[in-house]
Write a protein that binds this ligand. Structure first.
Ligand code: CTP
Ligand code: MG
Length: 230
């Protein structure tokens, strides 16, 4: 299975100086934990990381220190996650038929989750890891007046990995580009093109490290022995 890791963000909400994926959790950068878990997945065979070229030197150091057995390719990312994934898709080896996309910032996704998503891709064209939403969600208008409270039974919080047939995802990315769609995950492109996307049970510990508080929570989860692939 081919794995693309978007890692080209600037980490605005983290408020650190550079890319949040270079911040440390315990003794290793966030991105290292993502790679450790991908390395331990039985299904993942090839890893592409989309990053900004100014981060490549540090990315290479991380990769070297981990002595990964799987081939890793660095790919130039774009200004948005969508563009970064687009670039990643173009850089896949030509024989790649299926791909998992996994945010570098979800550094605690376990090898078992990668494997579960990879296997489920045998039976569908598109899937996402997701977990049931715990909060009651409100839809509001521009005045912050609540206009609806959707039934929670039908609400799932999307995570990554997300898995796709490569040709189909490329086609949906191209359509998105043509029509100017701006989306925050790849599944949304399939949905807009009218293709179905399946859910694979995600993990509560698979948080996207976005704010300083997430760092504290991720460190806590790691200290409990979850999310380090062991
Ligand atoms: N990402 C990317 N290319 C971009 C923007 C984001 O590859 N131009 C990646 C991030 O590195 C991250 C993942 O997409 O691994 C999810 O994005 P997010 O959590 O939003 O990270 P940032 O964009 O870095 O954070 P922020 O939105 O707070 O700036
Ligand atoms: Mg972002």
């Amino acid at each position: 299975m081919f794995l693309l890791i978007p890692a080209a963000g600037v980490g605005k909400r983290m408020g650190a100086k550079g890319n949040k994926l270079l911040l440390k959790l315990q003794d290793k950068p966030l991105l290292a934990w993502t790679l450790i878990n991908a390395e331990k997945s039985q299904e993942v065979e090839w890893i592409g990381i989309m990053g900004q070229p100014y981060d490549f030197e540090e990315f290479n150091q991380i990769i070297e220190q981990l002595s990964l057995t799987k081939p890793v390719t660095l790919i130039k990312g774009g200004d948005t996650r969508q563009q970064s994934v687009y670039n990643g898709l173009q850089a896949l080896p030509s024989h790649a038929q299926k791909v998992l996309i996994h945010d570098g910032a979800r550094c605690l996704a376990t090898p078992e989750l990668f494997d579960r998503c990879a296997k489920a891709l045998d039976n569908c064209q598109g899937l996402i890891a997701a977990i049931p939403v715990k909060d009651t969600i409100k839809i509001v208008d521009e005045n912050k007046t609540v206009i609806d409270s959707p039934n929670r039974d039908y609400l799932w919080a999307a995570q990554t990995p997300q898995g796709f047939n490569v040709e189909l995802l490329k086609q949906c990315h191209n359509q998105g580009l043509e029509l100017g769609w701006e989306v925050t995950d790849d599944a949304a492109l399939l949905e807009r093109c009218g293709y179905s996307v399946q859910i694979v049970e995600g993990e509560e510990t698979n948080l996207k490290v976005t704010t300083p508080m997430d760092l504290t929570i991720a460190e806590f989860i790691l200290n409990q022995g979850n999310g380090d692939g062991g």
